[in-house]
Each structure stands twice: as C-alpha cells, then as structure tokens.
Design a protein around this ligand. Structure first.
Ligand code: NAP
Length: 246
C-alpha cells in the first residue's frame, strides 16, 4: 500500500473545516464536500496543501460513493487510515407533516453516506487493511429531543448506534467513536447566533458558555489518534456541560 490518508467529510465548512486545519500539519488529507471552491480554500489555508486531495461529491448521491472511492484509492495507490464523518444537514418538520423526501435527504447525508464510505474502507481488496479509526460527528440531539427535530435526532442516534456496533465488529483493528457536540456557531447554526433572544436564553443553559469549532476538532483529533488507543464504541459529549445541567 502507498501513503495513508485521513478522509474528512464536511471539510468545506464548520467543524469539518476546523478538523482539517488541525490535522493538516501531520496527516495526508482527503477533503470531501460538494463545494469545490470552499474545499480548495481549506486545503490552501492549512499546512502542507500539496499533500492533501479533494473529493468533490454530493453525499446524498449514495449510488456512486463506493465506485468513486474505490477508483480514487486505486488511481492514487493510497489507503485510508482514518475516516472522520462531519457532513451533516438539519431542518425542522413536525412529525405530523414530515415529508419522505426530507427524511431521505437528512438520513442520506447524515447516516447512509457514512455507511457507504465505510463499506469499501473495510474491504482488504480496496483499502489494503489500512483502516484504523472511524470518528463520527454526531450531536447531543441524539440524546435530547427538540420540537420539530425528530428526523435529525434520529439520524444522529443511528450514527451513534452504528459506532457502537462497528466498534465490536471491526475490533481489534479499527476503533469507532462518536463526538456529540452541543450547539456551536457554524454555517449550520449562524442564523440562531444573530438572534438576541436565542443568545440570551440558550447561552444560559451552557455552564461553560458557548464553545468554538476548535473545541470539537480537539475531541475528534484525540479520538482518531493513538492517545485514544483503548477507547472504542464511545460517545464523547462536547457541550460545555449543557447535557449535565437542568
Ligand atoms: N453546529 C452545531 O451546533 C452542531 C451541533 C451538533 C452537531 N453538529 C453536526 O456537526 C456536523 C458539521 O456541521 P457544522 O456545524 O460544521 O455545519 P456546516 O458548517 O453547515 O457544515 C456542514 C458540512 O456538511 C457538508 N454537507 C452538507 N450537505 C452535504 C451533501 N449533500 N454532500 C456532501 N457534503 C455535504 C457541507 O459541505 P458542502 O456544503 O461543501 O457540501 C459542510 O462541509 C454535522 O453533522 C452537524 O449535524 C453541528
């Protein structure tokens, strides 16, 4: 096998971007997202841009993921050692009005695309046994309800269950964990952070106040590193104490 890479979905924005910038000095990266310009900007903003590759892909197109990834690894003669899944979308629909198209879209990006990426990565023929860690960016929404957010919450719960099950199935070679962030200002949430009522009411529910994307990137970096060599199947809540307070 040639060089080893870390594949990061959602690398064009928010947590994925922050994770990419943190890992860029010491890993070879494959940055994944739909927006090629934003991915290129992240590649250039980080260390060693010449070492990193882009895979411009709409993750909701599940039918092409396995073939594209398999071809990419073969063409470059590389393996994926670490997989970090940060791509995600949200949206609110009350369950009485929920549309199948919405459910499919949320689950395709948040859950099924990760599964489609893992399938070839777990195959010796394709990835040459390179895989060592899988880290999902889930959400505290997998543990907490939110009116109108049942589909998003369920998609994150599915991701956490997948992490636990794969931690058993892929041991002892591959460790699989989830990071569960509380709300942080990113592209996904910026509209809330311009709302003074939200800031006043929600910030008070975070004992440590609001965090930054780098706080999530630190947790992801740890779980995908050798320092976490005896941690698998776990959910690491990174939320400034929100989940512990009532
Ligand atoms: N921000 C929060 O408060 C918060 C809290 C808990 C959990 N999370 C989770 O954290 C993860 C990252 O979110 P974020 O806050 O960083 O949001 P963000 O800034 O909106 O980033 C979302 C990322 O997902 C990618 N993405 C979305 N749809 C895609 C698609 N169809 N195909 C490929 N890529 C797609 C986007 O890339 P392109 O636009 O280039 O496609 C972007 O890089 C998500 O899974 C989210 O559920 C966020």
């Amino acid at each position: 096998m040639g060089e080893s890479y870390t594949l990061i979905t959602g690398a064009s924005s928010g947590f994925g971007r922050s994770i990419a910038l943190k890992l860029a000095p010491h890993r070879n990266l494959i940055l994944v997202g739909r927006n090629g310009e934003s991915l290129e900007a992240v590649r250039r903003a980080g260390a060693n841009p010449e070492r990193h590759l882009l895979w411009v892909r709409d993750s909701s197109r599940l039918d092409v993921i396995v073939d594209e990834l398999t071809s990419l690894l073969a063409a470059k003669g590389i393996g994926i050692e670490h997989f970090i899944h940060s791509a995600g979308i949200t949206g609110d629909q009350l369950v009485r009005a929920v549309e199948t198209e919405f459910v499919t879209k949320v689950f395709n990006v948040n859950f099924f695309s990760a599964l489609e990426i893992i399938r070839p990565l777990a195959q010796k023929r394709v990835n040459k046994g390179a895989l060592r860690t899988i880290t999902f960016v889930s959400s505290i929404s997998s543990k907490l309800g939110g009116k109108g957010y049942s589909v998003y919450c369920a998609s994150k719960g599915a991701l956490d269950a997948l992490a636990r099950a794969l931690a058993v199935e892929l041991a002892p070679t591959v460790r699989v964990n989830s990071v569960l962030p509380g709300i942080v200002e990113t592209g996904m949430t910026k509209q809330y952070f311009t709302n003074p009522d939200f800031l006043a009411s929600v910030q008070a529910t975070y004992p440590l106040g609001f965090g930054r994307p780098e706080d999530i990137a630190d947790a992801v970096e740890f779980l995908s590193s050798e320092r976490a060599r005896w941690i698998t199947g776990q959910e690491l809540i990174v939320d400034g104490g929100k989940f512990s307070s009532y």
